[in-house]
Design a protein around this ligand. Structure first.
Ligand code: NDP
Length: 251
């Protein structure tokens, strides 16, 4: 799989931290050309240096994925710099916790715009490049929260993550004519910088409730994304895979 991806042109949104950084790391080891997308330029620069050291030819792009025109520009520039586009990882997302009684319309819209509308923008912007290439791959980072489970304070988040799975079904049918597949990875509890603040005891309790007795690593998600991007996954589209250490299995 690693060999089949060497030299491919890849975009990872939300690549400056957490799961996106893990996805980028796994693709970097495969020797791809990589564009790291986020808003914070300083964080992007740090990750670009890390990815170049890991084997990628990496560049950064500061872009707010809620802005359709900015996403189109970002994708066109990445394709120009990297000699086309092979893989779009639509991963950027936010998860502010707000109970419904306190949630404003703006709270709802902001999460939907960042998590769901941006997925549509990223795919739409990539289509002309996949058409030119005669093939393409999209990997969407969804979640188990929403499609499978719920969590207080995450009604908007859960709806956005379930919405992504609804989106990829029809997207898969429309993208097939460009020889392009689209699939989703659904992470469980993944150990990211954001979780560190919860403290080691809390994280260990979380880990103990998971059959595989650990939180997911960001590269566990990267490995699933890499599979969907590989030649070996050429006949899989409109599907999703749960990567959660068995978290959602019944006791
Ligand atoms: P992080 O907060 O660690 O990273 C989020 C990334 O998205 C950052 O790079 C951030 O950079 C970027 N981002 C956020 N908003 C925007 C925006 N408007 N435009 C461009 N980039 C943006 O999150 P995680 O790594 O934890 O989450 C990544 C994805 O994984 C999300 O879609 C999330 O729903 C999903 N997920 C995470 C789980 C977990 O356990 N962590 C579990 C299940 C799913 P910047 O702020 O600079 O823009």
């Amino acid at each position: 799989m690693l060999n089949s991806l060497k030299g491919r042109s890849v975009i990872v949104t939300g690549g400056s931290k957490g799961i996106g950084r893990g996805i980028a790391r796994v693709f970097a080891r495969a020797g791809v050309k990589l564009t790291i997308v986020a808003r914070n330029q300083a964080e992007i620069d740090g990750v670009v240096a890390e990815m170049n050291a890991a084997g990628a030819t990496a560049r950064g792009a500061a872009c707010d994925v809620t802005d359709m025109n900015a996403v189109q520009r970002m994708v066109d520039e990445a394709a120009e710099a990297q000699g086309g586009l092979d893989v779009m990882c639509a991963n950027a997302g936010i998860f502010p916790q707000v109970k419904m009684v306190d949630m404003s319309a703006d709270d709802w819209d902001h999460v939907m715009a960042t998590n769901l509308r941006s997925t549509f923008f990223c795919v739409k912007a990539a289509i002309p490049h996949f058409e030119k290439r005669g093939k393409g791959r999209v990997i969407v980072t969804s979640s188990i929260t929403g499609p499978v489970t719920g969590y207080p304070g995450w009604s908007h988040y859960g709806a956005s993550k379930a919405g992504q799975l609804g989106f990829i079904k029809t997207a898969a049918m429309e993208l097939a004519r460009y020889n392009t597949t689209i699939n989703a990875v659904m992470p469980g509890n993944i150990r990211t910088e954001g979780l560190e603040g919860l403290g080691e005891d809390y994280l260990q309790t979380m880990a103990n409730s998971i059959p595989l007795k650990r939180l997911g690593d960001v590269e566990d998600i990267g490995n699933a994304a890499l599979f969907f991007a590989s030649d070996e996954a050429a006949y899989i589209t409109g599907q999703q895979i749960i990567v959660d250490g068995g978290q959602i299995l019944p006791e």
